[in-house]
Design a binder for this molecule. Structure first.
Ligand code: SF4
Length: 938
């Protein structure tokens, strides 16, 4: 057979630079594979091992090819933890080595259907990370000094538990805070915190999605959209961020499915993202102008009678709006349409095109596509505009307006309220709602904020508004992910503000370096969680289970606690919080312990099997399905990892209910939506009541980074920092070597026209000046971003200091931080990424050096005065770097960021509102307290 290797390949082989291409000895691979017998029968699951063989699955070892070496695996389902979607994974446990060899997709998972994105299989990198934390560690010096010693779990639990118990006894409930980055479970921590009786939940949501959520919530009382892409005829996405980072795999599968059936896709994004590149229409609007475009689309839909009269007449609170405008009117539907025409008359295509920087001719085309799709129009807006701009919440409100106009709410092929998809678990014990109000989470200034005001926590503590006695950060890295990380460092290093910082994390991070305790928690296949998300038009649950624990069970070995089957002493959150609750209340006198006792064995600790048994026994249809295989509901979930609760979830607003629980529509009492009117609220009485009368209806708010106020010739630009490369996992890609190999730098994207004007070329070093400092990065000159806007991915630029433990060395630079004057910090890189020796020999093959630049730390706080969302986009000034500037250099002045916090705070309109309330009772909030806690006390 002809040797097809080129001269270069032969030379590279002989120098050992590449693997031997001749390992098949001149023969083609198919000469071998053709002889391999099929291990599965053709049929539904032909691409996957059939479940009856999962306990003893045999396949040839890919690393040994062409030799046919058989490997025997036990295949165990679990779910991915590398974004919220919780796709199904199958872990292949090598029976000989008694360890996980690889992860593939689980064909029984209704959302992911056997597929994963690149991040799912990379779970194996995280498990095998040689830098991971294996034992509880305690900081012995000053916080951040980098002096760590190993401690026992018992010591850590006792110390933390007794401290929390003391705070509760002394009525310092609001000093205990659990602050979560990646949650990944359904209701578990709400149960725990209600069990402790504290308002102790804080989240990352207002640097993530609270702006988008507020826009949806004010319409329909559900804060996330759930598009039925698969059945849509026209799909509109505000940004590609969703498809390249959030629910990426389940959503993109269904978008492609729809496209194959003839659906069209429109993407609105200043970047030509991977998704935009596949779209039929790409509209690169100026950041912050999106609402103007949506209102222009709405105007055309109304003017050209493309709206769905039946839906609007029955399900929109148009009468409230007309009554508000004229209390003496007897509202007629035609008056409403006339009023809409009048409200939005200025949003002509010409106006919107000029405002957004796009072609006016395309706007009627898109509007007519939406009108034609009708109830099969699906759309989504998540981070991007809603996250980037002052008033960004109006962008999702205006986007949803389009769905309402064409009646595509809750329909097949339309967009559903997310809680129609979400399974709500029934617990064996549900503690009553707590009765506290933590003003560090919901300060007076933000009565409508959607989720906790975590983005201003350091400034509130600096102002003396309170302190934290025990502060948990759980898979949460604010020093690195939040704006102005130096203010977080100042907060965490001050023991008067944070008494004890406990980091619950599977891996070291910039925030864990500043903890008192670092407690290792499991990755995806090392923990229990219940998952249920709005990935498509159905309701499902999935079971994230610790793989080695289940493997040992299958071998007949009893494991009492998950850490016994995990590597080192890695725990899981479920069991940690049960154990900690017992340490908080050892004799039960605080009334806490009883919520964490076995339902069947009084006086004994609750086990995870007991906890999940009760939940699964109460999933409609699951016990019956399990029974068919002679399994308990729990064992069914251990075997298959997922269950489809409902195949379809559309039109729930039409469900007939008793008169006192619904609204009369078309002669029957129906469930409606979760708003005070039970209708879609075009007009919001809530906005009026809470002092924002100018925003009672969908509208356009000019951003804090309005493009007309930028002088591009002087280097002024809008910086879009809100996208991420599709292979990145917030701050947890650093230990996934395959992902870092694909993406390991985050240059600043700049359009060719702007680069030419400024005399900048690809790879030039530039200084990006923000309102509180600057960062130095390289540039990428590209046509993939619109002129006038620059962008930088936010998932790279990780760091450690010399004193910190080695961690995430695939991607972390070693940096030197100096405080030149109080609050004025400089950062420079003392060591770039380099090869190192470790038990993983790939660490000696690293070919990249830069690792990216930490841009977020140079951003000031921008809390939206209504939604509370941090408005990420920045007005920056770009300049060529000076002779003293190096890649990765950073300067930040936290005095300036505090001043900017105060300026944004001054834009708010504080509580109390009607009835002396802190917040409208109907609006949801995490860990919702009893109604009495809503009463304003001052
Ligand atoms: S889409 Fe999310 S959950 Fe699914 S495989 Fe990728 S990272 Fe994992």
């Amino acid at each position: 057979m002809e040797d097809k290797r080129s001269f270069i390949e032969k030379t590279a082989e002989s120098l050992g630079l590449i693997k031997k291409l001749d390992r098949f000895k001149g023969e083609s691979l198919s000469d071998f594979t053709d002889g391999i017998p099929r291990l599965t029968e053709p049929g539904d699951l032909a691409n996957f091992p059939p479940p009856e063989k999962w306990d003893n699955w045999v396949e040839y070892d890919s690393a040994e090819l062409p030799n046919k070496i058989k490997k025997t695996y036990s295949i165990i389902p679990t779910t991915c933890f590398n974004c919220e979607a919780a796709c199904g994974l199958l872990a292949y446990v090598d029976k000989e080595k008694q360890s996980i060899r690889k992860f593939e997709g689980n064909p029984f998972h209704p959302a992911s259907r056997g597929k994963t994105c690149a991040k799912g299989p990379a779970t194996i990198n995280q498990i095998n990370d040689t830098d991971r934390i294996l034992y509880p560690m305690k900081q012995t010096g000053k916080r951040g000094e980098g002096k760590w010693e190993r401690v026992s779990w018992d010591e850590a639990l006792e110390d933390i538990g007794s401290r929390i118990g003391r705070a509760i006894k002394e009525k310092r409930h609001n000093e205990i805070v659990y602050h979560v980055g990646r949650p990944g479970h359904e209701g578990y921590m709400y149960r725990v915190l209600n069990g402790w009786g504290i308002d102790g939940h804080n989240s990352h949501t207002n640097i993530c999605s609270s702006g988008a959520r507020f826009g949806y919530n004010i319409w329909q009382g559900s804060d996330r959209p759930s598009p039925d892409y698969a059945n849509a005829k026209f799909i509109l996405l505000m940004s590609a961020h969703l498809e390249s980072g959030h629910y990426f795999n389940p959503h993109s599968q269904r978008i492609i499915e729809a496209k194959l059936k003839g659906a069209k896709l429109c993407v609105i994004d200043p970047r030509l993202s991977n998704t935009a590149a596949r779209a039929d229409y790409w509209l690169p609007t100026f950041p912050g102008t999106e609402a103007a475009l949506f209102l222009s689309l709405a105007k055309i839909i109304i003017d050209e009678n493309l709206y769905n009269r039946e839906f609007i007449e029955n399900w929109v609170n148009w009468q409230d709006y007309l009554k508000y405008k004229d209390p003496h009117t007897d509202p007629e539907f035609s008056d409403f349409i006339a009023a809409l025409k009048d409200e939005y008359k200025s949003y002509t295509p010409e106006f919107a095109a000029a405002e957004c920087g796009i072609d006016a001719a395309v706007i009627p085309v898109i509007a007519r596509e939406i009108g034609k799709a009708g109830t099969q129009f699906a759309c989504h807006g998540w981070r991007s505009a809603a996250t980037g701009n002052l008033g960004g919440w109006q962008t999702t409100r205006c986007l949803h307006f389009l769905s309402v106009l064409v009646g595509a709410v809750g329909t097949e092929g339309g967009t559903l309220p997310n809680d129609w998809n979400k399974f709500k678990p029934v617990f064996h014990d549900t503690p009553p709602p707590h009765k506290h109000w933590n003003e560090l989470h919901y300060p007076d200034e933000y009565p409508l904020s959607h989720y906790e005001m975590s983005n201003i926590l350091p400034y509130m503590l600096k102002e003396g508004r309170g302190k934290l006695d025990v502060y948990f950060t759980r898979v949460f890295n604010p020093v690195w992910t939040y704006p102005d990380g130096f203010s977080w460092m100042e907060m965490l290093q001050d023991r008067d503000k944070v008494g004890l910082h406990v980091a619950l994390t599977p891996t070291w991070s910039e925030t864990a370096f500043l903890a008192d305790y670092v407690l290792p928690m499991g990755h995806a296949s090392e923990r229990h969680d219940l998952n249920s998300y709005e990935t498509h038009q159905a309701m499902w649950i999935a079971f994230r289970q610790p793989v080695m624990r289940e493997y040992l069970r299958r071998q007949g070995k009893e494991v009492k606690l998950t850490y016994e089957s995990n590597i080192g002493e890695v725990w899981e959150d479920d069991e940690f919080f049960i154990e900690l609750s017992w340490r908080i209340d050892p004799d039960g006198s605080l009334g806490i312990r009883k919520h964490f006792e076995s339902p069947d064995k009084p006086g004994e600790k609750l086990t995870v099997d007991e906890y999940y048994t009760h939940i699964f026994n109460n999933v409609p249809g699951l016990p019956e399905k399990a029974e068919l295989e002679n399994l308990s509901a729990l064992d069914y979930m251990k075997k298959y990892g997922a269950f489809e609760v409902k195949q379809t979830v559309i039109n729930q607003h039409m469900t007939e209910v008793p008169a006192d629980k619904g609204i009369e529509v078309q002669g029957k009492y129906r469930q409606g939506f979760s708003t005070p009117s039970r209708k879609q609220e075009f007009f919001s009485q809530t906005m009026l009541d809470w002092k924002w009368g100018e925003y009672t209806i969908p509208g356009y708010i000019k951003s804090h980074v309005y493009w007309r106020s930028m002088d591009n010739a002087k280097g002024e630009f809008i910086l879009v920092p809100t996208f991420r490369l599709p292979t990145m996992i917030h701050s947890r890609s650093g230990n996934a070597k395959w992902l870092v190999e694909i993406s390991n730098r985050n240059p600043v994207w700049i359009n060719t026209i702007d680069a030419d004007r400024l005399g900048i070329q690809t790879n030039d070093l530039v200084k990006i000046n923000t309102d509180i400092g600057y960062f130095v990065d390289k540039v990428w000159v590209t046509e993939s971003i619109r002129p006038g806007v620059i962008a930088c991915s936010h998932h790279l630029g990780r760091w450690r200091r010399e004193q910190d433990p080695p961690a995430n060395r695939w991607v972390m630079n070693t940096i030197n931080i100096q405080e030149k004057e109080p609050g004025k910090y400089t950062v420079n890189t003392s060591k770039q990424i380099e090869r190192y020796k470790s038990p993983d020999r790939d660490s000696e093959l690293i070919f990249w050096k830069e690792g990216g630049v930490h841009q977020n730390i140079t951003f000031p706080p921008h809390p939206d005065p209504i939604s509370g969302m941090h408005c990420w986009h920045q007005k920056v000034k770009i300049e060529k770097s000076g002779i003293d500037d190096s890649y990765g250099d950073i300067f930040v002045d936290t005095n300036k960021s505090f001043k900017i916090y105060k300026e944004w705070l001054a834009m708010t309109r504080p509580a109390p509102g009607p009835g002396n309330l802190r917040r409208p009772l109907w609006l949801n909030r995490p860990l919702k307290p009893a109604a009495e806690a809503f009463l304003h006390k001052h």
